[in-house]
Design a protein around this ligand. Structure first.
Ligand code: HEM
Length: 455
């Protein structure tokens, strides 16, 4: 009896060791290829838990990435949310991967995102390609080019001023949610002609915290983040269907809204919240920013006229504040791609079907380009030339998939800072802590008290 028991135990040990070896050292077409170093973690969950452990109060990239770069070098393998992943913090490799968009790689937002995007029976890659073309097109149409310069800049200024005026009549305001609400209202009006103030429909309070779903398991059962996200998407459908009923399916519209609103709210509001935190902690920067923007008003015949494109272009310190915040912000730990074919880089193979995480933020924190890289120092931008920046500054991504809302975002943020420092006084009342879990978040918000300079 004991003998049979021992044989069974030995059989189980051999079987599970075999499974573990298969999991950790996979073969491609029957051949064991040279994968980058790293660990695939535990079966199924991989190293997801380690990635989700928050890091507190450091603007540095998430320790998950930092520690593994120290241990394995700039290219390593791991497993996240059930997917094998190659992480690259090698700028040369990242540039190559960006140049292979649609050929060797495609955008890939893990299973969670791909499932949200896909039609019944449609392949995920096709779904992403479809959504991508449409999204880029409508974003550029609504938020780019001439209309941004001529029409939208004054609209942004007026909307920001209305909001700040409103904040100045209240007690302390939590900046992240207040800015998200402000951008939601503005975007809904510009892109969809939907006036949140006068309509009874959707408000930002009904919108989901999409960002949480980024690293969630694609498990659509009650209680999971993914399930909540799917439910939330159905909540915002009526707003979009109301505007575009005639030619788009419900699912497609919800997907589209997901993309645009996710990008617009989370990225712009996070950057501006971080800028406010930095300004509160760096009074000399606030002083120079205020001086530059007040000088713009002084040069005008009518100080009450609205910011022009030419004036915006002269605001170099304001641009440096925006750039310096974007350099340090690095909301996600990296940009995600899917390998469509086996890819050979630096002696390693990235197998077809694997996810690639491009750690673009690594160039933002390179001490050779940015001295004392974790310090918020907008003055450093005076000495940075265009050639350096083209390689070492990529908050909006790279290659053909670069952010379609980049110009709009920069203009929006500069106009917001312009109005804030010329017309209002403000002090930070509480909050300002940051975490990366792995996305940049403000656990207690950033609360400021705003008052008008005219009072
Ligand atoms: C501070 C603000 C923002 C940041 C830092 C940011 C960052 C990015 C990044 C890094 C990408 C590339 C993603 C990848 O390669 O996987 C991207 C793509 C995109 N962003 Fe933004 N974004 C911002 C604001 C916006 C806004 C306000 C909009 C819309 C009005 C927008 C629309 C888009 C679109 C449509 C894409 C996809 C472009 C394509 O694939 O062709 N973004 N963004």
């Amino acid at each position: 009896m004991l003998g049979i028991g021992l044989v069974l135990v030995a059989f189980c040990v051999i079987y599970y060791t075999h499974l573990l070896i298969k999991w950790r050292y996979p073969k491609i077409n029957g051949v064991r290829v040279q994968l980058p170093p790293g660990s695939m973690g535990l079966p199924i969950i991989g190293e997801t838990i380690q990635l989700l452990i928050p890091s507190y109060n450091s603007i540095d990239i998430h320790p998950f990435v930092r520690k593994r770069i120290q241990r394995h070098g700039p290219i390593f393998r791991t497993n996240l949310v059930g997917r094998p992943v190659i992480v690259s913090a090698d700028p040369e490799v990242n540039k190559y991967i960006f140049s292979q968009e649609g050929n060797l790689v495609e955008m890939w937002y893990l299973d969670s995102f791909a499932k949200l995007f896909a039609f019944e029976g449609e392949s995920k890659v096709t779904a992403i390609g479809r959504v991508h073309r449409y999204l880029r097109g409508i974003t550029l149409n609504h938020f780019g080019g001439e209309s941004l310069r001529e029409k939208m800049l004054p609209q942004i200024e007026v909307a920001v001023n209305d909001n700040l005026c409103n904040w100045s009549t209240q007690g302390p305001v939590e900046v992240k949610s207040a800015i998200s609400r402000m951008i939601f209202n503005f975007t809904a009006k510009v892109a969809f002609g939907y006036d949140v103030e006068t309509s009874k429909g959707e408000k930002i309070e009904n919108l989901p915290n999409f960002i949480k779903s980024l690293m969630s398991f694609p498990l659509n059962i009650p209680g999971t983040t993914f399930h909540k996200c799917m439910k939330d998407i159905f909540l915002i459908k009526p707003l979009m269907i109301w505007h575009q009923r005639s030619f788009l399916t419900e699912d497609f519209i919800a997907e589209l809204a997901f993309g645009i609103l996710f990008a617009a709210f989370e990225s712009v509001s996070t950057t501006l919240t971080l800028a406010i935190k930095f300004l509160a902690e760096n009074p000399l920067v606030l002083e120079e920013l205020t001086a530059e923007n007040e000088a713009v008003l002084k040069k005008r015949e009518n100080p009450d006229s609205l910011l022009t494109w030419e004036e915006y272009k002269t605001m170099s310190f304001t641009t440096s504040v925006v750039n310096e915040t974007l350099r340090l912000m690095n909301i996600p730990p990296g940009l995600l791609r899917k390998a469509l074919k086996d890819i050979n880089v630096k002696g390693y193979t990235i197998p077809a079907g694997w996810t690639i995480m491009l750690v673009t933020p690594i160039v933002h924190l390179n001490p050779e380009t940015y001295k004392d890289p974790l310090k918020f120092n907008p003055w450093r931008w005076k000495d940075l030339n265009q050639a350096t920046l083209s390689k070492s500054f990529m908050p909006f991504g790279g290659g053909t998939r670069q952010c379609a809302g980049a110009e709009f975002s920069k203009v929006y943020m500069a106009a917001f800072l312009h109005v804030l420092v010329t017309k209002y006084r403000w002090t930070k009342v509480k909050g300002g802590r940051i975490t990366r879990s792995p996305i940049l978040l403000f656990p207690d918000g950033v609360h400021i008290k705003v008052s008008s300079k005219r009072d």
